[in-house]
Write a protein that binds this ligand. Structure first.
Ligand code: 5GP
Length: 113
């Protein structure tokens, strides 16, 4: 089922887009949890990590490469950042279109709450 992220991909609703290619879109989170909070998503609709198949392996790699590129371009690669995929209820997933959270700009605690 389509989510709000499909509308962002189709540019039907606005988002602060920071990276885009044929397979991947990255935009600023509407409710940032850190000074930098970017969502890196595949344009393909995949609801959760549980729905990944072997055919998505390259695509998932592209999400991380996009995150790395953004981190370098925005200048926080060396200082550091966190990448997170939430999955389903206990993971805290609220939008069922797989997304990589890219968080940076402050010291992030571990373990997460
Ligand atoms: P999840 O909780 O599913 O791991 O993360 C979903 C993220 O999407 C949340 O951090 C939330 O703030 C963000 N989000 C939800 N709706 C929108 C939206 O319409 N635009 C943007 N830019 N972010 C959104």
């Amino acid at each position: 089922m389509s989510t709000i992220f499909s509308k962002i991909i189709r540019k039907e609703i606005p988002a602060k887009i920071v990276y885009e290619d044929n397979d991947v879109l990255a935009f600023e989170d509407i409710e940032p949890q850190a000074p930098v909070h970017i969502l890196v998503i595949p344009k393909k609709e995949i609801p959760t990590l549980n729905d990944l198949t072997e055919t998505d392996a390259e695509l998932m790699g592209k999400l991380f490469l996009a995150a790395q590129k953004i981190a370098k371009e925005q200048g926080f690669a060396e200082k550091g950042y966190r990448t997170v995929f939430n999955c389903n209820e206990d993971g805290g997933q609220t939008v069922n279109h797989i997304h990589l959270h890219l968080l940076a700009g402050r010291s992030l605690t571990w373990p997460p709450g």
